[in-house]
Design a protein around this ligand. Sequence first.
Ligand SMILES: *Cc1c(COP(=O)(O)O)cnc(C)c1O
Length: 399
Amino acid sequence: MNRGAVAEINLSAIAHNLQSVRKIVKNRPVIAVVKADAYGHGAMEVSKKLFKENISFIAVAFTGEAIELREAGIKAPIIVLFDTGEIKDFFDFKLIPVIYNVDTALSFSAEAKKRNTIIKVHVKIDTGMGRMGLNGNYIARDLIKISEMDGIELTGLLSHFSEADLSDRSYAVLQLNRFNKIRETISGKLKRKFFSHIANSAAVLTFEDAHLDAVRPGLMLYGYSPINQKSEVSPPTHPSPSRGEGEGGGEDSEPRTTSPELINLIPAMKIKTKILCIRSFPSGSPISYGRTFITKRPSRIGVLPLGYADGYSRFFSNNAEVLVKGKRVPVVGRICMDLTMIDITDVKDVRGNDEVIILGKQGKESITAQELAYKANTISYEILTSLGNKSKRIYVETH
Ligand SMILES: *Cc1c(COP(=O)(O)O)cnc(C)c1O
């Protein structure tokens, strides 16, 4: 047996989610974000699928990720969101840089002149995210300067939201207004038309004014909504994620486990493993490190071959459920580096090697990334990347 879990990635779900995005944004171009190995789903396979679905653009974080996609035969335009380190790579592999200062633009211009070519670039504006992008009082001046450089074709303008996922949208509105003001200031002053994009998944779902010329979703494509993640709320002592569809909710309300059906998204990742062995214990037996769980009855305990080294957080100690034969059963005791114990006393006929679902559906039950995120006091993005990027991935296409 190999360590860890298997991540079964349903590529049809990703194609379906792309169609859902397209419907919501009225067929605007979609820039599919596949950074961090497509949020744990595997950037190469996901990009191949998106390419077949005529994706307009693919976006990655770093140049190395883009080169891997090019080498795998992905011919879609690729935007590199964060890294302009190796300028020659952008020319050699036909990549679109996101530029966020004038000096970098000058270097691209020089390389383009040397090669006697023209490179398309997008420029990022920091409208309040405080991460990357042109900021200060001279944004419009800098943009015009960049657009006039030889060898540079400024084709895109972008920005990024800090909190488009909240029900209070005032900061997102402020960011969009700043972005629009700059677009107005420079429109007519640039040599050619450019297109603007700012909408992540949250804005795709809830902020139509921000859809602009193209949208840039990540999470949605993998089947989850980012709304009401409530990462800042600590899990309660007896967590039981609400299944309500309540609007918004205050700071201290429980996050809802957004019904994926409602917004027509299908989670694409299933994390599964097999029972390594089954142990029988009398009542009063301690389980795992620190004796944090003591059996209260004669118990059957299943041992799973995955632990925190496989991306199954230690926060799930005595604090998560998995699916066995379509039933929810609790994780008991502390998560170990390579092993996790579950209480299968209430499920009949469980044998060694039986399948266990860590994330995803089995029968009528399902464990969502949002449920796990809530229990680990994080966001579904981190659940997907932690489990997806540490599991052996297999691909299926089921509708
Ligand atoms: C990650 C990222 C996105 C996608 O965000 P989601 O919330 O996953 O939709 C879009 N744009 C930039 C710049 C990003 O870093």
